[in-house]
Design a binder for this molecule. Structure first.
Ligand SMILES: Cc1cc2nc3c(=O)[nH]c(=O)nc-3n(C[C@H](O)[C@H](O)[C@H](O)COP(=O)(O)O)c2cc1C
Length: 188
């Protein structure tokens, strides 16, 4: 059994909906057990995190960076960092913001550097950027054109129901990719 954990924060539900899509994607890979963990409740889930083969981190972008609640979780892992307990686990990330850019690349960088501090192995997204040519559309996968992870745009005046199907599918693809990679890593 391959174990994938998703740790996320969501103030208003958008990132939570995307985290569930990442979970669906990971669970679609046979032999994968997926845990969905709220950053604020991580202290009750250290065992799942420590035993995971891959951890996927998700945060909304607030003020151009990682949400404070997610940073709290990140700082709470410093004991694990000290002993490099998460070394060689796979890692990946996603961020949601209202604007197309919204500076969420900074959040994805933050999550990737965090994973590097833990000596985790960061995997980006394997979907070429969409919506960047004359025949492209908002329905393209990876429509915000991120490679380092999944970058989602969610309208500020709508809840999770405003999130585009293409974004859910992009998030599912990240989950499936990480679960498949984790299974490869697990092969004797
Ligand atoms: C305090 C705060 C700061 C925000 N900063 C940004 C920002 O820098 N860029 C952006 O595009 N959206 C920003 N937003 C909008 C959120 O990123 C967006 O609504 C996102 O979908 C929220 O995710 P959540 O529902 O999971 O909390 C901000 C929202 C809040 C509440």
């Amino acid at each position: 059994m391959t174990k994938v954990a998703i740790v996320f924060h969501s103030g208003y539900g958008h990132t939570a909906a995307i985290a569930e899509a990442v979970q669906r994607g990971a669970a679609s890979v046979a032999g994968t057990e997926v845990s969905l963990i709220k950053a604020a409740e991580a202290s009750e889930h250290w065992e799942e995190l420590d035993s995971a083969d891959a951890i996927i981190f998700g945060s909304p972008t607030y003020m151009g960076s990682t949400a404070a609640e997610m940073k709290k979780f990140m700082e709470a892992t410093s004991g694990r960092w000290m002993h490099q307990q998460w070394a060689d686990k796979l890692a990946a990330g996603f961020s949601v913001s209202a604007s197309w850019s919204g500076d969420k690349l900074n959040t994805l960088f933050d999550l990737a550097v965090f994973a590097a501090q833990h000596s985790m192995i960061w995997a980006g997204l394997n979907i070429l950027p969409g919506f960047n040519h004359s025949k492209g559309s908002i329905d393209d996968l990876n429509r915000t054109g991120h490679a380092i992870g999944v970058g989602i745009q969610a309208n500020a005046d709508q809840g999770a129901e405003g999130i585009k199907e293409s974004d859910f599918k992009t998030a599912e693809a990240l989950g499936a990719r990480i679960a498949a990679l984790a299974a490869r890593f697990n092969k004797p």
